[in-house]
Design a protein around this ligand. Structure first.
Ligand SMILES: [Mg+2]
Length: 220
């Protein structure tokens, strides 16, 4: 039976991405902890992920870049986890299909989101993935996100497999999945309803339940 890896945001967690306010609050908390006093314009850039500018400002303000980055990521994770616990951010109703799949085959969670949050989500939704991989809390880790296949390739190597299926809600999931040598499934959600299905996606799915039928299809 084939290995099935899942993206997280827009597949398990409702909505395509972390609310920008989570990162804004995380940047403020990290800057305060480091006693940094950026200008309002600099602060705005610290809240986004403009790595070039953040590098430059850290030098200018004599802020340790690695410490800032890690603190921001850590605060963003706890902000995200609070929102999940409170129900402010929901879980898709069809994730039960993944739970069912974990009994039948090797599964993994591979996301651009923070590794700490990926581990929290796996536990929170009670899915026993064989591997969980999110981005490392470093600037380098941030730059290895999809469409780069880095984290997918790492997960496959850890599992000791070289083929499988990657299920995601974004065209970059298809790009990364293919680059890692996987089949890909483009999952339809309300936020990507208007997008064209990437032409090189292996499958286009209307729900996670359809993953079960796809992997049961006989190989032609
Ligand atoms: Mg996604």
């Amino acid at each position: 039976m084939t290995t099935v890896l899942f993206d997280m945001d827009g597949v398990i967690l409702e909505g395509p991405r972390t609310d920008p306010q989570v990162y804004a609050d995380a940047a403020d908390a990290a800057l305060a902890e480091l006693d940094a006093e950026p200008t309002p314009a600099q602060r705005r850039d610290f809240k986004n992920h403009d790595t070039e500018r953040i590098r430059a400002y850290c030098e200018e303000l004599e802020v340790d870049l690695a410490r800032f980055w890690k603190l921001k990521e850590t605060y963003a994770s706890s902000g995200t986890h609070d929102r999940l616990r409170s129900g402010e951010r929901g879980i898709y109703e069809d994730v039960g299909a993944i739970r069912e799949l974990t009994d039948r085959t090797t599964t993994g969670l591979v996301t651009n989101n923070r590794h700490e949050t990926a581990e929290f989500v796996a536990e929170f939704v009670g899915i026993d993935f064989d591997i969980v991989r999110g981005r490392d809390p470093t600037l380098e880790g941030y730059e290895r996100r999809k469409p780069a296949p880095y984290y997918l390739e790492e997960a496959l190597a850890d599992l000791g497999v070289s083929d499988g299926l990657y299920v995601g809600d974004s065209p970059k999931d298809v790009v990364a999945g293919r680059a890692a040598g996987l089949e890909t499934a483009f999952l339809r959600r309300s936020h990507n309803r208007e997008r064209e299905c990437p032409p090189n996606a292996t499958y286009e799915l209307e729900s996670l339940a359809e993953v079960l039928s796809v992997i049961d299809e006989p190989v032609l």
